[in-house]
Ligand binder design. Structure first.
Ligand SMILES: C[S@@+](CC[C@H](N)C(=O)[O-])C[C@H]1O[C@@H](n2cnc3c(N)ncnc32)[C@H](O)[C@@H]1O
Length: 302
């Protein structure tokens, strides 16, 4: 049986990582990546996805190889996987396509130290990005990543002064008052509930239906947790979206747990927000979900 033959469970059709990269060729080309590769007896290169350093060098190498992006991550911070971030960007491209926009402006809520979504949006699509981040080291690394790739004219990294705020600190600031509106926002929210007895202990998947993840978990508690976990974080985005209905055309967020999709859909319904849609992102063993909504009369289809 061909693995992943069902198109429904494949990566986005335009995702270049849908075709597995040739790691042997890439190891020959990229020295730092080569150092984390293991050589099998048959001469093929294999990767230990349970090793954080391997994941770092892999993501760095793929960003360079596929997008010409030079990226570094703050020590101990979240190492993003490229296939998933691309699937999200490509879905947003699809949602925005009917608008036939000449210039796209987006907000990246919690850009992390990598600033990966904003870098991809800017480099790949020339999107103008506002990257919001609350953690000081992440802000510094994100700004360095933007500067290293000479993308300052397309990406602004805004230091979020209040972790409870999503858009309000920025939109209420003087500099934002005169600035143009945005076409979308995206978010990979802090996933775990900091109020839980053991925030990282919960099993989020049914082991009988889905095998354990291949990748080691990366990221600091500050990046990965918040009160109420991803559901409360996305509910805050929904709440603040009602304050800024005109300022952002399409609001969206990723979700790490399938069961949280209906929770957010119910929350939107209770607020009489009916222009909504959802999708799934497939990356090998890992599936993620996303929801989008708009307060404006546009067609959201996925
Ligand atoms: C799960 S990480 C996602 C990082 C990156 N976007 C990615 O996908 O790899 C969430 C990020 O949101 C930041 N964050 C948490 N609350 C925030 C807030 N209210 N405003 C802006 N950033 C926030 C955290 O510091 C962290 O860097």
């Amino acid at each position: 049986m061909v693995k992943n033959s069902n198109k429904k469970f494949a990566m986005h059709p335009r995702n270049p990582l849908r075709t597995a990269p040739n790691y042997t060729k890439l190891a020959i080309k990229h020295k730092d990546f080569r150092h984390v590769c293991e050589l099998e007896l048959n001469g093929k290169v294999s990767l230990n996805f349970r090793n954080e350093r391997t994941l770092r060098e892999l993501t760095k190498m793929l960003l360079l190889e596929y997008f010409g992006l030079q990226v570094d991550f703050a020590p101990g911070s979240l190492v993003p996987t490229l296939a998933l971030r691309l699937n999200y960007i490509l879905w947003l491209e699809d949602l925005l396509a009917p608008q036939k926009l000449d210039a796209v402006r987006g907000i990246d809520i919690g850009c992390g130290s990598s600033c990966i979504y904003s870098l991809l949006g800017a480099k790949k699509n020339m999107w103008q990005m506002l990257a919001l981040e609350s953690k000081q080291t992440n802000i510094e690394y994100a700004r360095q990543n933007v500067a290293r790739n000479e993308l300052q004219s397309l990406i602004e990294v805004y230091a979020q002064p209040d972790k409870q705020s999503i858009f309000s600190s920025y939109f209420e600031s003087e500099s934002a008052a005169t600035k143009a509106n945005f076409h979308f926002c995206l978010c990979n929210p802090p996933f775990f509930d900091s109020n839980a007895a053991n925030p990282f202990g919960g099993n989020t998947r049914n082991p009988q239906r889905r095998p354990a993840p291949n990748n080691v978990r990366t990221g600091s508690a500050e990046e990965l947790t918040c009160a109420g976990g991803e559901v409360q974080f996305v509910q805050r985005i929904v709440d603040e979206s009602e304050m800024y209905k005109e300022r952002v055309l399409i609001f969206s967020s990723m979700l790490g747990v399938k069961a949280n999709v209906p929770k957010i859909m119910d929350y939107l319904r209770e607020r009489k927000i009916s222009n909504v849609c959802s999708t799934e992102f497939h990356q090998g063993h890992t599936t993620r979900w996303a929801v989008a909504w708009s307060h404006q009369p546009i067609c959201l289809s996925d």
